[in-house]
Design a protein around this ligand. Structure first.
Ligand code: NAP
Length: 548
């Protein structure tokens, strides 16, 4: 690592980069900037690395992309030395992987754990960011890199009486590190998104009684998880470079099957067969059946009907089966879930579906949950009620750019940035997996690596050319936001009330702000932005560090 005295800004107490967040993005950024010889300081609110996988220890937590794909590609030694045991790794194995990477690459020494950033202010005079923490100190840095993640701020459940319950109460996103026992208990789970579904199938098998409080049913498909054989893993290790290249060239940034076949280009019999085949393969294969699944309402309706039929095939009680069937929004417009025996859980005699559309939750009481029809007494409540997605973490503290412009004010009507990586008016401020990139719509690890590589290139460009500050040109940001708007208008993605569009948080601006054009096009746009000396950015030449 570079000697502090040799910092390009010439002052011993000036850092090159502050990285906020110790999840996959923060780990990738830490390694990359350290290897560049930059003087870095990284912060993490938790007591260790791992981001969502550190916090989300709820029962059944498991990744829903293949582990082979959902892993770093920036360090070949990690790819070769680590071996995944399952196609879709469970949270404990993901944490082991994170520990392995952190130890092997010696990343922890760069982090201050249990520390939150409380503010970041651009100081025009010095051309530096002043970053303050909840421990009371303020640091100066040339660059701020926010690796804060799109799903790191859990929503406080917006249910009357929240906090009154006298029994055991857990938020899925801040789960205790000690084991939790469900045996013989009356457990309530509120929420049936990806988190709730994973909890239900696990807790249903163990609890005395399980009450699932469902407002909007989700579409979920069989994960068909399997152990990975030694031969398969060896083959993957030989071919990692090719697999990564294929992932980067794809829409989803991953190895999931994709199709260029439009719905009406095949006969009705073939359509059905394609869906049956994808269903048998499991995972998100159904998403790859028709190229126009997310743009053609009729194609989408057909697939939704197919999935609804599958529910009736499993759930024995026809009334429960009907209640579990999602209706009124396109399939995949709400994040699709993968399960292992979710619908089968409702055939267990101890599991009860509470339809909160028909019988809404009125309040949390000291003893349980009061519905319109009466009180359900419980020993434990699990809140799987979701996140303030995409912008929650970036809006959680005060970020002030040029001329006192606050990010909260700039984003009042929704997040605006260039590529989800940089923001006009906020020099030397970068984000990984920002709210205007592909974010939740593609493999988050590929996006993190792409974004960190772009930021690293930008910093090198600054240093090689003796520059002080860079920020996207306003017209570049406007053009990118227009590209997002145009692409969003062609898809069915905004036709569901979800965290994708900010609809799950009261008072939040609404609309699809993610780039829906796919990972490969996004990576191309990033590459293009870096061309010709980062033509989409404006720069300030070097200046002496002002005395403060
Ligand atoms: P979510 O998808 O936003 O689901 C929240 C659930 O809570 C919804 O069913 C919602 O119902 C319900 N809810 C919220 N407030 C409620 C209230 N007041 N009364 C009744 N129900 C209420 O959140 P999530 O399940 O935590 O998932 C968030 C994202 O995390 C996912 O989309 C996915 O990207 C990621 N994730 C991934 C994995 C994985 O990789 N395996 C696992 C978990 C999460 P309404 O829809 O009616 O509002």
């Amino acid at each position: 690592m570079k000697d502090l005295e040799a910092s390009p800004r010439g002052a011993a107490d000036v850092l090159d980069v502050i990285v906020v967040g110790g999840g996959f993005g923060g780990m990738c950024a830490t390694y990359t900037f350290r290897e560049m010889g930059l003087n870095i300081q990284c912060f993490e609110a938790g007591s260790d690395l791992g981001g969502v996988w550190f916090w989300n220890r709820y029962p059944g937590a498991r990744v829903d992309l293949p582990s082979i794909d959902y892993s770093f590609s920036f360090a070949p030694e990690i790819e070769q030395e680590w071996t995944w045991s399952e196609e879709f790794a469970a949270q404990p194995e993901l944490l082991k992987y994170i520990d392995f990477v952190a130890t092997r690459l010696d990343l922890r020494k760069h982090f201050r754990f249990n520390t939150r950033i409380t503010g970041a202010r651009w100081d025009e005079a010095s051309g530096l960011w002043h970053v303050s923490t909840d421990k009371g100190d303020t640091l100066r840095t040339r660059y701020c890199v926010m690796a804060t993640g799109p799903l790191s701020v859990q929503k406080t459940p917006d249910i009357a009486g929240y906090g009154r319950f006298k029994g055991e109460s857990y938020l899925s996103g801040s789960w205790p590190h000690e084991p939790v026992s469900y045996a013989g208990k009356r457990v309530g789970i509120i929420g049936v998104g990806s988190t709730g579904i994973q909890c239900v199938q696990e807790v249903g098998r163990q609890a005395g009684e399980l009450f699932v409080f469902q407002r909007t049913p989700s579409f979920t498909m069989p994960m068909r998880n399997q152990k990975l054989s030694a031969d398969y893993v060896a083959d993957v290790k030989r071919n990692y470079a090719g697999l990564r290249a294929a992932a980067r060239a794809s829409t989803v940034g991953g190895l999931r099957p994709q199709s260029s076949r439009a719905f009406y280009s095949v006969t009705p019999q073939t359509r059905r067969q394609l869906l049956e085949d994808a269903w048998k393969l499991g995972g998100l294969c159904i998403l790859g059946t028709f190229s126009d699944l997310m743009t053609n309402q009729e194609a989408n309706d057909y697939v939704a009907d197919f999935l609804r039929e599958k529910i009736s095939d499993v759930v024995k009680d026809p009334v429960t089966a009907e209640k579990l069937k999602p209706r009124g929004y396109p399939v995949f417009a709400r994040r699709a879930c993968l399960d292992t025996g979710y619908y089968e859980t409702y055939n267990l005699p101890n599991v009860h579906l509470m339809d909160c559309l028909e019988d809404p939750i009125l309040e949390i009481t000291e003893k349980g949950i009061r519905l319109e029809s009466g009180e359900v007494e419980l020993d434990m409540i699990i809140f799987a009620t979701g996140y303030d997605g995409l912008t929650g973490a970036l809006m959680a503290f005060d970020v002030q750019g040029r001329d006192g412009l606050r990010l909260k004010d700039k984003w009042q009507e929704g997040p605006r940035s260039f590529l989800g990586v940089a923001v006009a008016g906020f020099p030397n401020f970068f984000m990984t997996v920002g709210p205007n990139g592909p974010s939740a719509l593609a493999n988050i690890i590929r996006i993190n690596e792409n974004d960190v590589a772009l930021i690293a290139r930008a910093i090198r460009h600054m240093d090689e050319n003796g520059l002080t500050a860079m920020e996207p040109r306003q017209e570049a940001e406007d053009a990118w936001m227009e590209a997002i708007r145009a692409a969003a208008g062609r898809t069915l993605l905004s036709k569901a009330k979800t965290w994708y569009v900010g609809a799950n948080v009261q008072g939040k601006s609404q609309g699809l702000t993610m780039f829906t054009g796919g990972f490969a096009k996004y990576a191309e746009a990033c590459e293009d932005a870096a061309k010709d000396g980062f033509h989409a950015f404006r720069f300030e030449p070097a200046r002496a560090l002002a005395a403060e």
